[in-house]
Design a protein around this ligand. Structure first.
Ligand SMILES: NC(=O)C1=CN([C@@H]2O[C@H](COP(=O)(O)OP(=O)(O)OC[C@H]3O[C@@H](n4cnc5c(N)ncnc54)[C@H](OP(=O)(O)O)[C@@H]3O)[C@@H](O)[C@H]2O)C=CC1
Ligand SMILES: CC(=O)N[C@@H](CCC(=O)OP(=O)(O)O)C(=O)O
Length: 346
C-alpha cells in the first residue's frame, strides 16, 4: 500500500482528497493536518466521513510526518505551500502540491502575478506541471508535481488540440469562465457568503486574474506563436463546477466534423476528456462529482469563429481528482484507479 499524508486536510480540496481516497484500493491515508482542528477527528469536522475515516488531525510536523509516508498532498493556500514543500522533498517524500506555488517555469511570472516573492525558487525547475493529458511521461518520473489551477484545467483542455495544430489565432482567444463558490475555498469571506452570492452572478478580477498567466504558459508550450488572451472569471451561485465558454478566430477553413475528429484524436488515449459529438453542449451537472472534463465544439457559421464549451468539477478534475490521477501516474498505477465513476445524476 502507498502511504499518503494530506496537509491542509480540512479545506475543501483536502477534504475532497480524503473522500476520494477512501475509494482508492492502493492508498492508505496515514496522516491529516489542520491548524484550526488539531486533535479533532476529520469525521467531526465533516460528519459525512463518520465511520469511514476517523483519523485525528495533527499539527504540521514535517520531520516526523515525512518518515511515515511515501507521498504527501499539500492542499494549502499559495504562499503557504512553499514553506513546507522544500522540507518534504529534502526528506525524500514525493509531493503533489495543489497550490499555484510550483506551476510556473518562470519565477518572475509567478512573482508578478501572485504579488509575492518565491521562497523556494530552487524547486521551480524540478516541479512538473500536473496536467496528465499534456504531460503524462514527465509526471510519471516526477518527485514534485504542481497540480494545475481549476480554471486553467478547464481552459487548457479546451484549447490544446486547436492551439497545437495552429488552427486558431493565438492572440484572438477569449475565455469566459464561471465557477461555483467552493473554488474560493472554505474560509468564509464577505464576497462568498450566502447573501452575497445567492441569486446573483458577477465577474471578478476582470483583466487581471492570476490564472490568465497559467493558461498562457500552458498554451505557449503548444503554440509556435506567442499567446496573449483575455480571461474573465465569474462567480455563480452553485457549490461546485466550472463552465468555460471559449471563443477563438480560426486561421484556416475547417468544418465542424473535422474539428470534432481532431479533438477525438487528440484525446483518444485520455480517459477523463470526453468530446461531445452531438449538438447538445455539455452542462456542469453532467460532470459534477466526477473527474471528467467534457468538451463541446461548435463552429459559428456566421462569424467563422470557433466556440468551445468546457465543463469540470472544480474540486475533482480541477483539484483533488486530478491530484489522485497524478499520484496514480507517479506510482505506476492505472491512471483511473479510485476515479473511475460517473458524476451525480441528476
Ligand atoms: N477549491 C478549489 O476549487 C481549488 C483549490 N485549489 C488550491 O488548493 C489549495 C487548497 O484550497 P482549498 O481547499 O479550496 O482552500 P481552503 O481555504 O478550503 O483550505 C485551506 C487549508 O489549508 C489550511 N491552512 C490555511 N492557512 C494555513 C497556514 N497558514 N498554515 C497551515 N495551514 C493552513 C486550512 O486549515 P486550517 O486553517 O485549519 O489550518 C485548510 O485545511 C489552494 O492552494 C487552492 O488554490 C486548486 C484548484 C481548485
Ligand atoms: C471561485 C474562486 O474564487 N476561484 C479561485 C480559483 C481556485 C483555484 O483553482 O485556485 P488556485 O490557482 O489558487 O489553486 C479564484 O478565483 O481565486
Amino acid at each position: 500500500m502507498i502511504k499518503a499524508g494530506i496537509i491542509g486536510a480540512t479545506g475543501y480540496a483536502g477534504a475532497e482528497l480524503v473522500r476520494l481516497l477512501t475509494n482508492h484500493s492502493k492508498v492508505e491515508i496515514e496522516f491529516l493536518t489542520s491548524r484550526s482542528f488539531t486533535g479533532q477527528k476529520i469525521s467531526e469536522v465533516y460528519p459525512a466521513l463518520a465511520g469511514i475515516v476517523d483519523l485525528k488531525c495533527e499539527e504540521i510536523d514535517i520531520k516526523q510526518q515525512a518518515k511515515r509516508v511515501d507521498i504527501v498532498f499539500t492542499a494549502l493556500p499559495h504562499g503557504v505551500s512553499m514553506s513546507v514543500v522544500p522540507e518534504l522533498i529534502k526528506a525524500g517524500v514525493k509531493v503533489i502540491d495543489l497550490s499555484g506555488d510550483y506551476r510556473y517555469s518562470s519565477q518572475k511570472i509567478y512573482e508578478d502575478w501572485y504579488q509575492q516573492k518565491h521562497e523556494s525558487s530552487e524547486l521551480i525547475d524540478k516541479a512538473v506541471y500536473g496536467l496528465p493529458e499534456l504531460n503524462k511521461e514527465e509526471i510519471k518520473e516526477a518527485g514534485l508535481v504542481a497540480n494545475p489551477g481549476c480554471y486553467p484545467t478547464s481552459a487548457t483542455l479546451a484549447l490544446a488540440p486547436v492551439v497545437e495544430e495552429g488552427l486558431v489565432d493565438s492572440q484572438s482567444i477569449i475565455i469566459d469562465a464561471k465557477s461555483g463558490v467552493t473554488g474560493a475555498g472554505r474560509k468564509p469571506s464577505r464576497v462568498t457568503h450566502f447573501s452575497e452570492v445567492a441569486e446573483s452572478f458577477k465577474a471578478y478580477k476582470v483583466g487581471e486574474h492570476r490564472h490568465t498567466s497559467e493558461i498562457e504558459q500552458n498554451l505557449a508550450g503548444l503554440s509556435a506563436k506567442e499567446v496573449i488572451l483575455s480571461f474573465t472569471p465569474h462567480l455563480v451561485p452553485m457549490k461546485r463546477g466550472i463552465l468555460s465558454t471559449i471563443y477563438a478566430d480560426l486561421t484556416q477553413k475547417v468544418n465542424s466534423k473535422e474539428l470534432i475528429e481532431l479533438y477525438q484524436k487528440f484525446y483518444s488515449q485520455e480517459p477523463f476528456a470526453r468530446i461531445r459529438q452531438e449538438e447538445k453542449m455539455p452542462e456542469v451537472k453532467e460532470v459534477t462529482g466526477s473527474n471528467y472534463c467534457d468538451l463541446g465544439i461548435k463552429l459559428d457559421k456566421r462569424t467563422g469563429r470557433l466556440i468551445i464549451i468546457s465543463v469540470i468539477d472544480n474540486l475533482i478534475k480541477g483539484a483533488s481528482g486530478q491530484a489522485i490521477q497524478n499520484l496514480n501516474l507517479m506510482s505506476d498505477l492505472d491512471e483511473k484507479e479510485g476515479l473511475d465513476f460517473a458524476g451525480i445524476i441528476p
